[in-house]
Design a protein. Sequence first.
Length: 338
Amino acid sequence: MRIKPVRERNPVLIGVVGLVVLALLGLAAYRADALPFVGGGTLYSADFTESAGLDAGDEVRIAGVKVGEVTGVSLDGAVVKVDFKVKDAWIGDSSTVGIAIKTLLGDKYLAVDPLGDAPQDPSSRITKSRTTSPYDVTQAFNGLGETIEEIDTAQLAQSFETISDTFKDSPPDVRSAAEGLSALSKTVSERDAQLATLLKGSKQLTRTLATKKSSFETLLEDGNLLLGEIQARRDSIHLLLTGTRDLGTQLTGLVTDNNKQLKPTLDALGRVTTVLVKNRKSLDKVLSMAGTYNRLVGNTLGNGRWFDNYVCGVVPKDYLPKDTPPTNDCMPPKQGGR
């Protein structure tokens, strides 16, 4: 059976098939994490009474070890549906799932306690009776601030004073309790402005920390890395410090043992230095003259294995060509040594 070449086939059909293949490849790349041979893992769902700040992408941990991540958080009627994926971990039919606080800045993660004798059915949701949400301290402080702002502290103090007056003829124990309530009300009333300022500052601090969450996380992670590196190199640092201490001890002993030999040498060196300081001007003059001398010597000996120089007056005048007399005062020496 002869197979038709591509150039003989219908180009429209080939184009449509190519587009379909490209679309399938793009969809597979977009959903690669859901493929069993690429992303892996089993998908589960759980119902919570509130999301407590949990977001998609947060970690799923079992006994503190990351085993997956949250894939979705959505509202389903009166409950919050949380979808999460777990890989290479066993989830039982009695497992409990809780939203836990990861950092002081409010990050969350999903903590799973794998309980039960049979595996959890992925198509069946984990009910609210087996899920828990954390107690958010930040939200509690914000709620406390809003509640205190709505309280009329003056009226509250007056109410406590009325109770105290009502029970003033009561037995000592009851009267003491009423007087304590009255004193408490006065204190709250007098410190109303300070409490309001304090809670407002707490709310502002909470907002600031929330906006700087990534910076604080980076700082804490870098600090952990630095401490981990220092701990890993603790032995090396200890050996370095110990070696430095031993070196100092050896140098001290060396100086002590050779003090008799070193002292005369140092004294002589001091005397030499004193002589050089006294003759500093002469040394400066010698060095300045040596520069010119060295330059001339270099010009003389710098052309190879011979001297390149000119000595004025060595050749007598009678030996010079008559048409090239000297043009300067440099004349040959006179006969007879004069």
